[in-house]
Design a binder for this molecule. Sequence first.
Ligand SMILES: Cc1cc2nc3c(=O)[nH]c(=O)nc-3n(C[C@H](O)[C@H](O)[C@H](O)COP(=O)(O)OP(=O)(O)OC[C@H]3O[C@@H](n4cnc5c(N)ncnc54)[C@H](O)[C@@H]3O)c2cc1C
Length: 476
Amino acid sequence: MLPPKIITHLKNITGEENVFTTTADLYTYGFDASIHHRSPEVVVRPHATRQIQEIITVANKEKISIVPRGAGTGLSGQAVPLQGGIVMDLTAMNRIKKIRISDLYCLVEPGVVYANLNKELAKKGFFFPPTPGSGDVCTIGGMVALNASGMRAIKYGATRDYVLGMKVVMASGNLVTLGTYTLKNASGYQLERLMVGSEGTLGIITEITLRVFPLPTKRTLALATYSSLKKAGEGVSAVIAQGIIPSALEIMDNVCIKAVNKAMNLSLPNKEALLLIETDGMNATDEIQKIAAICKKTGADSITFTEDEKEMQQLWRGRKSVLPSLSRYGDNYVSVSLADDMSVPISQISKAIVAFQQIATDHGIIIGTYGHAGDGNLHTKVLLDPNSQDQWKQAEKAVDKIYHTVLDLRGTISGEHAIGISKAPWMQKERRTALQTMENIKKTLDKNNILNPGKMMQWKGSIISYLRYPWTKKEK
Ligand SMILES: Cc1cc2nc3c(=O)[nH]c(=O)nc-3n(C[C@H](O)[C@H](O)[C@H](O)COP(=O)(O)OP(=O)(O)OC[C@H]3O[C@@H](n4cnc5c(N)ncnc54)[C@H](O)[C@@H]3O)c2cc1C
């Protein structure tokens, strides 16, 4: 518990109603959507940049850690406060301040929810495309801090591709403006880019300028089924190699198909794998027909496509439900985010998914594989009994092999969910030549190490720590 004078100071800054200290509140804010948990000592919910500056100034002086937080949907423990300290809930800063279609940008506060922004942009025929699966709840601040993306990244890119500028409160309490309101900018270091993917470790983002894009006039969606996972992977590379860039190209293996059918009462074809392929724009129908022919030629058992909005929504519902459905796969299993988000060069997809399956078999665990195969980004979820220490140990070994496979294939250990705790040891391997530079940047911008300490390059030890599951709970 922090000294009462600090709590009083925070209450003076934000108002008593925006400072939370009950055990229930602190316990709740100790989670995100990862396997980790640690309660903070206080939660504070600012409503203005000025308040954030004052809070951070106090924290810096007293050397208290601060973890900024959006919706808490991060999958790698980024918003879990490893040192207790302050969790700063930014969801009250949720104003869309400007939409300037004539300049192709919008200006938002960090707590704006992705789907709410797109609802407003759609009224003007525009959108902010990254489309994370959590888009109905996650915040733009969280998306920028993790460089989130999703199923449309193959055609439209990730959050970083849309960030034109931002305002950031630094650990010193200073407010800095980074980037511009223009589409082009070659004016000095691209520091707004440095903040993208910084996971709350370099500053607190209080305003973001995002590029917006016109909504496509039309979409079509194809469903291709396969009796071999390897062939499905080969189908992905074959489609891309033809020079047609779909607006989404998703893969689901049989574990995922079964889990979704069971949990959502759907009837997706019970095959080894399926691909969902979307095209958009004026040539959508023509392109999907060409893609269908390629899939057929490269081993799809069946391929159907639709332009009916309801049917498309139903198919996407199946895909978007994979993550929550996996925990319903078997009676004692939960789905845990381990090795959940790697990217490989597109031509290596097939090798990667076949290797993941073999690793699961070798370790006697169940792994579901799905993801944005079209851009090489695969998700695996390990299904295990969280009360079995043996399964956790096997899972950790399997994860290590998965990441080494990915690195051997010239991939990256995170395509979109970022590092936090769960991927830190492997990021440290992948980025070993850059780690000292990262640490130097961190030290320069946050000399007291108060901003989300202990994550990314600072994490030490096994990721099977600070688990949210009761048997290993190690609250300090
Ligand atoms: C069901 C489900 C589906 C998902 N699908 C996807 C997907 O398709 N693609 C994808 O990329 N991710 C996905 N995710 C992961 C996650 O939803 C995204 O990364 C999302 O962008 C996190 O946003 P958030 O508001 O929940 O951030 P949080 O989890 O609250 O925070 C994430 C990080 O951002 C930092 N942060 C938050 N706000 C600020 C700020 N204002 N300034 C500085 N740092 C800040 C935090 O300190 C933390 O390090 C999914 C998660 C779930 C649970």
